[in-house]
Design a protein around this ligand. Structure first.
Ligand code: ATP
Length: 314
């Protein structure tokens, strides 16, 4: 089985209690571990895969808590870093329909330092670039770009999820789009939400979104569509693969569970890259990844709601 290196932020989600979608009125917050790449790492390991997290937290109690959670979930944290800056915090509110809203207080995640000794481990393995904060500058952006280059030169299987957060890119969405393009061009698998696919392509029609992104160079595209499932698209074939029926409580982490489950399945193949030319196999894998995403919506918080292997595959 291949290792999957998940690179990006690990942070605290402070989830507002009982205040609908309005953070300004929230008085009480519950502390939960978060950060998309960390969620993906947990999703992979909870299914039985080998995930390794690369990111930075503060030398404070929140950093201690977060690394403990990853360790508890069997994520390899030997490449995680700690720095003097406070751990990154995200304040989250949940609407009644399970949708969410974010405010970020950015700290240690941007201090990640590139480590040139890591790249030899990439050879023949997989790298997932899924940070919401990675393209905002700082050490993380430099490390992210250099690890991306390393993954390309080490023939790793590369997956990219832009994790667009409107809060972080107010009035500067065009910079976000521009910075994503090299990752879309060179990665083997891209995971987008519908909002991201439209933003990145400048198209509204789903087929046109995919055509545009394939023209940029995207190989396999998955566009997650919430309760409607996932659109899978390769250069030649497209198909919407339905999800299962659930009653969602909190959609936080559904996309991370989805991509984590897809990557886990690819990591079990002898030749990960062979999946790029096998639409039937990809379809089966996306069906299972949809189940993982759906199950994650049925509980509160991302990591505690991630499914085990038997919940998805038995
Ligand atoms: P994120 O918001 O974490 O970036 P996302 O928007 O990509 O993620 P969703 O589309 O909400 O994630 O969910 C990912 C996948 O989980 C979907 O493609 C679908 O398969 C499954 N899923 C999500 N919500 C539901 C639901 N209400 N019912 C069934 N399946 C769901």
């Amino acid at each position: 089985m291949k290792s999957i290196y998940c690179i990006g932020e690990l942070l605290i989600d402070f989830v507002a209690e009982g205040q609908g979608n309005d953070l300004s009125k929230a008085n009480t917050f519950i502390k939960k571990p978060g950060g998309a790449p960390a969620n993906v790492a947990c999703a992979i390991s909870k299914l039985g895969g080998n995930s390794r997290f690369i990111g930075s937290v503060g030398r404070d109690p929140f950093g201690t808590f977060l690394l403990h959670v990853l360790k508890e979930n069997n994520v390899d944290i030997s490449l995680a870093q700690r720095c003097k800056t406070f751990t990154t915090l995200a304040f989250v509110s949940l609407a009644e329909d399970g949708e969410r809203d974010f405010v970020f207080s950015r700290g240690a995640d941007k201090k990640l330092k590139y480590d040139s000794s890591v790249k030899k481990g990439f050879k023949g393995h997989m790298v997932h670039l899924g940070a919401a904060t990675a393209l905002l500058g700082g050490g993380l952006e430099e490390a992210y770009s250099r690890y991306f280059f390393d993954a390309l030169t080490q023939d790793s299987f590369i997956s990219f999820d832009p994790n667009f957060r409107g809060d972080l890119w107010r009035d500067d969405e065009s910079t976000f789009v521009k910075k994503c393009m090299p990752f879309i061009e060179k990665s083997h698998l891209c995971k987008f939400s519908l909002e991201e696919a439209r933003l990145l392509s400048g198209q509204t029609d789903l087929e046109a979104c995919c055509d545009f992104l394939h023209d940029v160079g995207a190989k396999v595209i998955t566009i997650t569509l919430g309760g409607k499932g996932t659109l899978l698209s390769t250069q030649g074939l497209k198909k919407t693969i339905p999800s299962i029926s659930v009653t969602p409580l909190d959609t936080t982490g559904a996309g991370d569970a989805f991509i984590g489950c897809l990557l886990y399945q690819i990591s079990t193949l002898d030749k990960a890259l062979a999946v790029l030319d096998d639409f039937e196999l990809l379809t089966k894998m996306v069906e299972k990844a949809n189940v993982a995403g759906a199950i994650t919506t049925t509980g509160f918080g991302a990591i505690p709601s991630l499914p085990t292997y038997s919940q998805v595959f038995d």
